[in-house]
Design a protein around this ligand. Structure first.
Ligand code: FES
Length: 222
């Protein structure tokens, strides 16, 4: 296949037609915030709305995970319209997220911390009224703690169970504000067929799944 060239933030990049823009940027050291993207997903999930960029010739910002590269594309990851949308999406996520990094098992490797730094937003932003779900924390697994209050609904753990581990254990339940990831029949995740799956910790970009033994974590996924 013949390579094509595109420009991201003024940098000329060699890539191949139809590659997802998000991965092209990340593979060339250009960070675009993202929570729900996974390279192995057949189709982008497009749920978190954090990966907005501006593409020359387009009226509105586009999401980098759903945009395929085309020859000569000119992309600006720092355009004001794109940043405004990404910041709004991020602050809405924070409005449902208990921020207590000092006591969080993912502190230091949490994607929310990285995105906050990138977008110049404080994790304790008060822009939107805080609504925390106040759900019980599940400590029944021998290897992880599942705190549904910290879940950002990126769907990565659900994908992992359905498409990779083939346990079929996790799925989304309820709607709107109450939407959350649960095990089949709402049993504790730590008692389900996924009870010993450290991969749940590795794929979770935030502190919803945290390892009881932090030494065991390696990062997988996006
Ligand atoms: S990474 Fe593009 S919408 Fe989540």
């Amino acid at each position: 296949m013949k390579p094509i060239y595109i420009f991201i933030d003024g940098k000329e990049i060699e890539c191949f037609e139809d590659q997802p823009l998000l991965w092209v940027a990340l593979d060339h050291g250009i960070y675009i915030p993202n929570l729900c993207a996974l390279r192995e997903r057949a189709e982008p999930y497009g749920a978190c709305r954090l990966c907005y960029v501006e593409s020359e010739g387009e009226d509105r910002p586009v999401t980098a995970c759903t945009t395929k590269v085309r020859k000569g594309m000119v992309i600006n990851t720092k355009g004001p319209k794109a940043l405004r949308l990404a910041r709004t999406a991020f602050e809405l996520i924070l409005s449902n997220h208990p921020v207590n990094c000092a006591h969080c098992l993912k502190s230091g490797s949490c994607e929310l911390q990285r995105i906050a730094r990138h977008l110049g937003i404080k994790l304790n932003s008060k822009k939107y009224k805080k609504f925390i779900k106040d759900l019980p924390v599940d400590e029944t697994s021998p290897i992880f703690i599942y705190d549904p209050n910290k879940c950002v609904l990126c769907g990565k753990c659900v994908w992992l169970c359905q498409e990779k581990l083939h346990t079929g254990t996790l799925g989304f339940a309820y709607r709107g504000f109450y939407r959350r990831v649960t095990a089949f029949g709402d049993e504790p995740v730590g008692l389900s067929d996924c009870r010993d799956k450290i991969e749940l910790v590795e794929i979770c970009p935030v502190g919803a799944f945290g390892a009881k033994d932090r030494q065991r974590i390696k990062r997988i996924g996006g």
